[in-house]
Design a protein around this ligand. Sequence first.
Ligand code: PDD
Length: 284
Amino acid sequence: MTIFLNDEFMPIAEAKVSVLDRGFIFGDGVYEVIPVYSGKAFRLAEHLRRLQHSLDGIRLPNPYSDDKWTGIINELITRNPGEDQYLYLHITRGAAKRDHAFPNPPVKPTVFLMSSPLPTPPAALLQSGVGAVTAQDNRWLRCDIKSIALLPNVLLRQMAVDAGCAETILIRDNDFMTEGAASNIFVVKSGKLFAPPKDHLMLPGITYDVILEIASAHGIPHEVRKIAVAEVHAADELLLTSSTKEVLAITRLDGKPVGTGQPGPMFAKLYALYQNFKRDVMRA
Ligand code: PDD
């Protein structure tokens, strides 16, 4: 596997980062996950825009122009095997003497990119759907920043795994749903798709946008608004989206069936439209 670290491409085994790196010491950095279809980074402009938003959120100047990012990303794709990949892009505030405040003068940020094969969700999972649990969203108030400090997400996601499930759906203030520990969540009720509004309490998912665009383009009734916890438990269908999982049906929640307990008609429709979109747009 060839990775990119601080202006150089190299085998992953040769990549070294200082133990004083602020990513290692403080989780002081941001990241992106970008899917690649047929050798082309999907929605790169949108991912780079979200990266800029995250960098602005942590007050770290962007080390590269969008053109330079595009060149690095395209070269990384060609240096790694497979037409479909997913890229992990990570920037930290660099290595400096340990002090919570920003290094002054600033030091060179650490920039790391790697590529992995992009697995499509297995057929069995598409047929059965996945289980989820609910938990209190105990993260900070800037979940719109794609921060590498993921300990809350790690602990929340492990709750799902411990319960034999795939995802944890997060509830703020015992009141409303925000997102999943590593995905966005949609609710379906009486044939209508509901999505929570993008705000500081959730990550603005690139796949979330794709699903809403597909819904608009195909006349699927949908609404973006706050979703109460009771609506999550009373949903006919629940859907999960992310760059690596595409769209999946959640068919069990906290040990109880969601709707019929099988992937429903909204999932079937959006999954098919998403696959068409992948074939016609993402691979184009
Ligand atoms: N995670 N919300 C959270 C908290 C996420 O971590 C992710 C994605 C999403 C979905 O965003 P997108 O559609 O842009 O992938 C929502 C990535 C895949 C990860 O951390 O590996």
